[in-house]
Structures are given as structure tokens and as C-alpha cells.
Design a protein. Structure first.
Length: 360
């Protein structure tokens, strides 16, 4: 009776046939986690966490509200699920660093939104401090309840392949909770004998927020932390990821790797995917750009079955799309820009323009 669900999960696994043809990878799939209640994979974790908190409150725990620091998607998911449960939510966001759609989601769901003059890492430090008070329950991915929910994406992928594991899973990473959860779900199925081999995990970061990539390059000898710079992939603009140790295990135990991509690479990769019918967020663009690089180098072979995790819906990042097609994104050459053509209301001019467009 205390389960809080909005029918999350079971997101579609899309065969990216046309995109795969462009990089000579016929068995390419995209797991569209953005096709969920609040538009991102974070719903999978919040159904578990908020359900447990609701039960705790019923059992007399001192919890009065839930709280999280966020770059956008976590706050949207927490606010929605907390509202459904009737639990107050307090949201810490880095001021001016989330998309308008991500900002309005927790506001619309009635959360107490605090826009702090810092970055995500600064918000994270503050939320860890204030949640030392037992009345405020921490809902970030360092809370294992989130991982328990998010690990189901691994189970869904394997189930959708008739209980066969893919060869590679490519995933964009920031705070590293998602790759940790993905690995936990895969390891569970391996231990239970549901799958008989582990997919290789490829973590994708952006050059402007690449601490995990830097750690990978030094052999994970020490954790790299940086001051993340502003990036189009705002949800992974994190310089000190909290799930670092779990993510290191995920990469090492799967013979995985970490790749980094530029702003130009992620934006154009997203545009290429959009031209095949998808509508990708910038973070999915980062994962696709990493895939393109790994495929070009021959790290990922032609006969591999590859799944790219699309973490959020592109509709949450409309300014990114508009900026790309207007050619106004910093550090991006919009090679596939498709701006509207403005014409007079003249049938002759319209016909001439269409014919010119359709001439190959």
C-alpha cells in the first residue's frame, strides 16, 4: 500500500537501423530511458526510494521531507514521486545551469526549489550537510535505494533480447550512479545464471567534465576531481562524482573503458541520430559520439551487438536543439543544421524551393 509508482520502466529498445548503417554497425540499439514519466531514467530509482521513505514515515521515522542536489533530471523525478506520495521535497539546483524544462518540472510539482550560486558539486556538499538532520532524507544516488531501482534497466535490456546479453553497453556518465546500477543489475543476472557473460561497459564523458576519464587514463590509481566547465551536456557537468568507487568496479569487472568527447562531437552525433528519427538529449549525444569514435578505431567490431543508453528525452533540452539548428552553440560547427526557410506566400516560389531541395 506504500508503493509509489507512475508506471515507470519497460522503456522501448529501439533498433537504430539507419544510424547503424552509417557507421557499419548493423546490430545497434538505443534504450530510450527518456520515455518515462518525468522524461529520464531517474524514475527507476525514485519509485524505490520514495516508496521506502513513505513506509518509513508510516512506521514513525522522523523524516519530514526528501532532498537532493541535481543537475535537472534527479530533481524532476524526486519532485514528481514525492508529490504523488504526499511527501515534501527540497531541491538544490546550481543556479543557471539546468535547462528551462528541467527547472520547471520540480517547480510545477510543488517542490521547494533552491537555486544556489554554485555548481552541482557545491550543491552536493550542501545537501550532504543539511541531511545530517534525520528529518531531511537524502535522495541522491549515493543512497543505495536509488541504485536498487536503476539496476532494473540492465534486466530490461537482457529481457528484451530474450535473455541474451549484448556485447557492449555505452552509457553517458556524470555522478556515476547509473553505470554503477547498470553493473549491479548485470552482475545479479550473471550470479543467478540468467546470463552467461558480462557485456563490456563503455562510459562516455565530455571533455569539460571528465574526472572519470582522467581517472581511467591514470589506471584508476587515484580519483581525479576537477572544476567542471559549462557544457551542453549539463546533466553530467560534475567534477567530483559520488559513486566513483562503484563505477571503477563496473568498468574493471566488465573489461570496460571510458571515452571522452568534445562539444562539437556530441552535438553533431545527436543531430546525426535525429536525422534517423530519434530526438536525442545532449547526454545521449555524448554516448553516441563515444560510440562513433570507438567504432572508427575498431574497438567495437562490426558484428557486435551494441546498446546505447539514452538517459533522457530530447524535449527536455529544446534550447540545445534550437541552438544547434540556428548555428549559435559555442564550440560547435553545426554540420547538419536544418533551419526553416522563410518564403513569401507565393506558390511559384514555394514549388521552386521544394524542387531545389529535392534535387540530388
Amino acid at each position: 500500500e506504500n508503493i509509489v509508482s507512475m508506471y515507470e520502466g519497460n522503456s522501448n529498445l529501439f533498433w537504430a537501423e539507419r544510424l547503424g548503417q552509417q557507421i557499419d554497425l548493423p546490430d545497434l540499439w538505443v534504450k530510450l530511458c527518456g520515455n518515462s514519466h518525468t522524461g529520464s531514467f531517474k524514475d527507476l530509482g525514485m519509485t524505490v526510494l520514495v516508496s521506502v521513505v513513505k513506509q518509513m514515515m508510516r512506521d514513525g521515522a522522523s523524516v519530514r521531507a526528501v532532498a537532493c542536489a541535481s543537475t535537472g533530471d534527479t530533481s524532476a523525478a524526486l519532485a514528481a514521486y514525492a508529490a504523488a506520495a504526499g511527501i515534501p521535497a527540497v531541491i538544490f539546483l546550481p543556479q543557471g545551469k539546468v535547462s528551462p524544462a528541467q527547472l520547471i518540472q520540480p517547480i510545477a510539482n510543488g517542490a521547494h526549489v533552491l537555486a544556489l550560486d554554485t555548481d552541482f558539486d557545491g550543491c552536493m556538499e550542501i545537501v550532504k550537510d543539511v541531511t545530517q538532520d534525520d528529518s531531511l532524507y537524502l535522495a541522491n544516488s549515493m543512497n543505495s535505494l536509488r541504485v536498487e531501482g536503476q539496476k532494473t534497466v540492465a534486466i530490461e535490456i537482457v529481457q528484451q533480447f530474450d535473455w541474451e546479453a549484448p556485447d557492449w553497453i555505452v552509457i553517458p556518465v556524470g555522478n556515476l550512479g547509473n553505470i554503477s546500477a547498470l553493473y549491479k543489475g548485470l552482475k545479479l543476472m550473471l550470479d543467478l545464471g540468467i546470463i552467461h557473460r558480462m557485456p563490456r561497459l563503455a562510459a562516455a564523458q565530455v571533455e569539460k567534465a571528465n574526472p572519470f576519464y582522467l581517472s581511467y587514463r591514470n589506471g584508476f590509481v587515484e580519483k581525479a576531481t576537477i572544476q567542471a566547465s559549462q557544457t551542453l551536456a549539463s546533466a553530467i557537468q560534475i567534477g567530483n562524482p559520488v559513486s566513483y568507487e562503484k563505477a571503477v568496479q563496473a568498468v574493471q569487472e566488465t573489461n570496460g573503458l571510458v571515452e571522452q568527447v568534445s562539444e562539437d562531437e556530441l552535438a553533431n552525433a545527436a543531430a546525426i541520430a535525429d536525422n534517423t528519427g530519434m530526438y536525442t538529449c545532449p547526454h545521449t549525444g555524448a554516448a553516441l559520439a563515444a560510440l562513433f569514435k570507438l567504432r572508427a578505431r575498431g574497438v567495437i567490431q562490426r558484428d557486435a551487438r551494441v546498446v546505447v543508453i539514452s538517459t533522457a528525452h530530447g524535449l527536455k533540452f529544446t534550447p540545445f536543439k534550437v541552438g544547434y539548428h540556428e548555428g549559435t552553440l559555442n564550440e560547435v560547427e553545426s554540420r547538419f543544421a536544418n533551419p526553416p526557410v522563410y518564403l513569401p506566400a507565393d506558390a511559384g516560389v514555394v514549388k521552386e524551393t521544394i524542387q531545389r531541395k529535392l534535387s540530388f
